[in-house]
Design a protein around this ligand. Structure first.
Ligand code: BGC
Length: 454
């Protein structure tokens, strides 16, 4: 019998937060390439982002929720298109609104983290070719310098890019995000190489302005596993990891991968431009080698059967394969040799009914606790996300929020997971009593050490 007595206590100052992004929550994000994409009818559900979660007008209502949950950290992104709506022309009102938001977080004892690029950017930048253009380092750099100069008295944690690997994958291989070019591996690598150089330049600019800043990017990791222990399937898992998980990381750590490095261009300058490792992780995928898929580097992803997936997307697919919070341990263990702290910056599940989310939260917490016990430096966790929001090309169909949000009425209703996560954040611990309350069926899985105690 599991009596459940021992809490998993986290180190003092551990950061419990949520991740969000400008386009997904602010509303009326005109002037961005995503707005044009929506208006071109490219959202699979036909939705429009519209008011989103209304943050441009009233982010504070959700900051109140975050505060009442006891969260002490929150990542938002700033919209480049609002700050520099025309090339070289900055909008002081946009900066003023972001200053209000950051101040509102600080007032609520929530430490802000600002991401400078989360998938969306100005139409003028897209027209120039975005991160394929020759001037991208200069353009992104001008925006970063201006923005950080205006905000650094209110924030010291910066993310240059959210998931450059997803941005490039969706834009140039899968074609589900702007500029919607499917099957262009050369453009995929070119964009990543340029984003690496943009990131490095931004890293140095920010440190010049603010010596004690914590600057990094956040990478999306998928745990790829060969479907069979067979040479070719193992190769497929390796290719998938090298070409998706590792490209940006390799630029930063200076690891050279033959062939891939030639596609990325000169990355010497990019080396060691991170103060922590930002980890976004949702799922794992079994893969096999498939000779009929040269456009996807011969990698076939297998749909997970009988595994936890969360809600399927409107096309009947599991967006993230198997939901795999325990993969946090694989990523941390692999990258620990670089001697940087880890910040888990996205982890979650699309789950309208909140069936799987409590398990995701508990499993992530258990995994991080075990890592910390083993001596790994994990400093925080951001659940994705606070309130349901605009899920890019899938519109409002996928519900990632701890809090349910109706985009029409703007009404909020916390899901049980919000209370569960709040209890963890307030106690800075995961306890057996919490798991008993929110997830009784997983008590032995989450607290195996208590299992046989009477
Ligand atoms: C992105 C978020 C997105 C989430 C869920 C991440 O890849 O950074 O913007 O909403 O996944 O799909």
């Amino acid at each position: 019998m599991n009596n459940g007595t021992r809490p998993l206590q986290f180190p003092e100052g551990f950061l419990w937060g949520v991740g969000t992004s400008a386009y997904q929550v602010e509303g009326d994000s005109i002037n961005t390439q995503w707005y044009e994409f929506e208006n071109g009818g490219r959202i699979k559900t036909g939705d429009r982002s519209g008011k989103a979660a209304d943050w441009w007008k009233n982010a504070e209502q959700d900051f109140d929720i975050a505060q009442s949950m006891g969260l002490n950290s929150l990542r938002l992104s700033v919209s480049w298109a609002r700050i520099e709506p025309e090339e070289g022309v900055f909008n002081p009102e946009a900066i003023e609104r972001y200053r209000q938001m950051l101040a509102a977080l600080i007032e609520r004892n929530i430490r802000p983290m600002v991401c400078l690029h989360h998938f969306s950017h100005p139409v003028w930048f897209e027209k120039k070719g975005a991160f394929l253009s020759k001037s991208c380092v200069e353009d992104f750099g001008r925006f970063v310098k201006f923005t950080v100069t205006e905000l650094y008295d209110l924030c010291s944690d910066w993310i240059t890019f959210n998931e450059p690997n997803v941005y490039a994958l969706e834009g140039y291989l899968e074609g589900d995000h702007p500029p919607a070019k499917a099957g262009h591996p050369l453009l995929y690598f070119k964009a990543l190489g340029n984003m690496g150089r943009c990131h490095a330049a931004a890293y140095y600019t920010i440190h010049k302005l603010q010596h004690d800043a914590m600057v990094s990017f956040t990478n999306h990791f998928i745990i790829f596993t060969e479907i069979k222990n067979h040479m070719f399937d193992r190769l497929a898992a390796r290719i998938a990891s090298d070409s998706f998980n590792n490209v940006f990381i390799n630029m930063i750590t200076g690891k050279k991968v033959p062939l891939l490095n030639n596609l990325l261009g000169n990355c010497e300058h990019v080396r060691d431009t991170w103060d922590f490792v930002g980890v976004n992780i949702y799922g794992g995928a079994d893969v096999s080698f498939d000779i009929t898929k040269p456009g996807m580097a011969f990698v076939r992803r297998i749909e997970p059967k009988g595994k936890p997936t969360g809600d399927l997307d409107p096309g009947g697919k599991a967006m993230f394969g198997e939901i795999y919070p325990q993969g946090i341990a694989i990523v941390v263990d692999k990258l620990a040799k670089h001697d940087k702290p880890f910040f888990i910056l996205e982890n979650g599940v699309p789950d309208r009914e909140d069936k799987l989310r409590p398990w995701v939260i508990a499993k992530a917490a258990r995994t991080m606790y075990d890592l910390i016990q083993k001596g790994y430096d994990v400093i925080g966790y951001h659940h994705w996300t606070l309130v349901d929001n605009f899920e890019w090309a899938l519109g409002y169909s996928m519900k990632f929020g701890l809090v349910e949000m109706d985009p029409v009425t703007q009404q909020r209703k916390p899901r049980p997971s919000a209370s569960f996560y709040s209890e963890i954040a307030k106690a800075n611990a995961l306890t057996p009593a919490m798991v008993k309350k929110y997830l009784p069926e997983a008590l032995d899985e989450i607290f195996p050490e208590d299992k046989d105690q009477k």
